[in-house]
Design a protein around this ligand. Structure first.
Ligand SMILES: Cc1cc2nc3c(=O)[nH]c(=O)nc-3n(C[C@H](O)[C@H](O)[C@H](O)COP(=O)(O)OP(=O)(O)OC[C@H]3O[C@@H](n4cnc5c(N)ncnc54)[C@H](O)[C@@H]3O)c2cc1C
Length: 553
């Protein structure tokens, strides 16, 4: 297979030669650098590369070119190579155009001319973007391959596990992909073995549990120490931030998650409002960076591992894992966030994983190319999901009970949706039922005004409604509000049960729960802001508070 390509576009031969020279000096061994002297030549080159089956990793285009501006070149190559990283080369005076291109061309970065010295201004940016591209690009012929039925719940579970744990794999639908049959025949695998996971070394796991996959991939599932300073339960943004700060500030820190790293944010197709990412960042990319950072600084990470209960034993907290084992820690952070409430309509439960998905737009979206899908919900997560699905699906219908999206969704998403021709909003409507034989084929929509119903043919329903905290594993002594969210600090002191529960002579610390040394951060906490940034902020703060608690004991 040919090396992936870096495509450079500039009408100025001197600049073109300089970028080419710098890129070749560093990336020659892994990438081929190809150049084009105009926008139209770049589009032709991209089509040619696609025709030859080559991978395009990055396009770097100058903004000011006669005929076609760089922003347009980057936007138009998106149809051919959606995953390629896009960099605009700008003069200082073009920075406004570059900022506009972030939305229009889905720009990943803009680079001001001149970029000397390249070791400081060019290579770190390109290294970073290429690493992200490699993480996102599906391995082609080799690597991990998952064979199964598209409409089987088990196939969805394993896809979700692999994607959630940032494990690249290739999906082969047994009914559509001839390679799937060849692989199954070679392994002597039958229908009962599906879904089957094929490894690069020729090994096969038949209908595996996530834990078996983790073991086979050599992921650690046992703690290295008997006692920790800080155990963080939940590896969403709050837990990841706590692990980064805990490890970097000298606490023996263990992070664990029942699924994988990233939490709800990990399922987001594009987070646009997290500080420091002017072009937005996908949940997968943010997670990849955060978990790498936490582990590099010395935090231990175990997944999939679920905590089932906690017993408080003097200054120690004993965590009971769902597999029966135990972990001991001096301080504990509950960062278990929340999850989508089940949709009560008839047919939803039976079709979950077979056309009905909770969140999961990024895991399943590409399967629905050219089809019609429904998104249920009016929050930001539903908006992002709809935008992502609109890249693939023929039509996306957003079903909401309110008048529209303005009250519940950020303005930037409302505007993006309004500009997307294949998304339609169905206000004052709800899903009455989901029907189909082995998979979703129809949905009945009901007007919330007059109760009238209509049945429509659809291929999938993506649900993004109401949320519930994940607190069932916490001991009863941890006080919660009426909806089950954990009370901390001053909110705790305002609770009626505070005096009966809190027995210390000091007041609870800012994010401390009613059990001393047990903290809560992020969406699981009563009064949380439900944002990535606030979860990260709270997770980071907990480490300081854990130090304070440890100093008291
Ligand atoms: C699709 C989507 C898009 C979003 N987009 C944005 C956005 O653009 N901007 C923004 O600011 N916010 C966004 N949000 C909100 C943001 O993602 C959340 O506020 C944030 O993820 C909360 O982080 P957290 O760490 O508190 O919890 P979570 O992200 O919910 O993570 C909790 C983790 O705990 C684990 N867990 C739960 N129970 C257990 C247990 N018993 N044992 C072990 N592990 C357990 C779960 O598996 C999960 O990984 C979005 C949310 C969604 C769903």
């Amino acid at each position: 297979m040919n090396k992936p390509v870096l495509l450079v576009v500039d009408d100025d031969p001197h600049v073109l030669a300089a970028v080419r020279r710098d890129l070749r000096s560093r990336y020659r061994d892994q990438y081929t650098v190809v150049s084009a002297a105009s926008g139209s030549e770049a589009l032709d080159t991209a089509r040619e590369l696609k025709g030859r089956g080559d991978a395009l990793a990055m396009i770097i285009s100058d903004q000011r070119m006669p005929g076609m501006l760089g922003g347009e070149v980057l936007a138009r190559t998106r149809d051919v190579y959606p995953l390629a990283r896009r960099v605009l080369l700008t003069a200082y005076s073009d920075i406004e155009a570059a900022i506009r291109a972030i939305n229009e061309a889905h720009l990943d970065h803009y680079l001001s001319k001149p970029w000397d010295p390249p070791e400081e201004k060019l290579f770190p940016v390109v290294d970073d973007l290429l690493e992200a591209w490699q993480a996102e690009s599906p391995p082609e012929a080799t690597g991990l391959r998952l064979v199964g039925h598209q409409w089987a719940t088990r196939s969805h579970e394993i896809k979700d596990f692999l994607a959630g744990n940032l494990i690249p794999y290739r999906w082969l639908d047994v009914e559509r992909d001839p390679d799937a049959r060849l692989l199954l025949e070679a392994a002597g695998a039958g229908a009962n073995d599906l879904p089957a996971l094929f490894f690069e070394d020729g090994g096969v796991l038949r209908n595996p549990e996530p834990r078996q996959i983790a073991e086979r991939l050599g992921r650690p599932l046992s703690a290295a120490f008997d006692v920790y300073d800080l155990v963080v339960v939940g590896a969403g943004p709050a837990g990841l931030a706590a692990a980064v700060y805990g490890a970097s500030e000298g606490l023996r820190t263990l992070l664990l998650d029942r699924h994988g790293p990233g939490g709800q944010a990990g399922t987001s197709s594009r987070i646009e409002n997290y500080l420091g990412f002017p072009a937005g960042v996908s949940g997968t990319e943010l997670t990849r960076r955060a978990i790498t950072q936490a582990q590099r600084l010395g935090a231990e990470f175990l997944a999939p591992l679920e905590v089932a209960g906690v017993a408080v034993d003097g200054g120690y907290k004993r965590l009971r894992l769902a597999d029966g084992r135990e972990l001991v820690t001096k301080t504990l952070l509950a960062a278990t966030g929340m999850f989508y409430r089940e949709h009560p309509a008839p047919g939803v439960a039976e079709h979950t994983g077979a056309g009905v998905y909770y969140g999961a737009a990024t895991t399943e979206g590409s399967v629905f190319g050219g089809r019609r899908v429904v998104v249920v919900g009016g929050g930001n997560s539903a908006g992002q999901g709809a935008m992502y699905l609109a890249r693939y699906a023929k039509e996306v219908e957003i079903v909401v009970r309110r008048e529209g999206l303005a009250e519940t969704m950020s303005q930037y998403l409302v505007e993006q949706i309004a500009k997307t021709s294949n998304i339609r909003i169905r206000p004052r409507t709800e899903v009455a039922s989901v029907e189909g034989r082995d998979r979703v084929e129809r949905v009945t929509l009901r007007s919330v005004d007059d109760g009238s119903c209509r049945s429509e043919e659809v291929d999938a329903v993506f649900i993004f409604i109401g949320t519930r905290p994940r607190t069932d594993w916490l001991p009863a002594g941890v006080l919660r509000d009426a909806k089950g969210f954990v009370l901390t600090g001053r909110d705790l002191m305002a609770s009626e049960s505070y005096a009966k529960t809190w027995k210390e002579t000091r007041e609870p610390l800012l994010l401390e729960t009613s059990v001393p040394g047990v903290f809560a951060a992020g969406d699981v906490r009563a009064g949380a802001m439900n944002r990535v940034a606030s979860a990260v902020g709270e997770g980071s703060m907990v480490v300081r508070l854990a130090h304070e608690y440890l100093a008291l004991t």
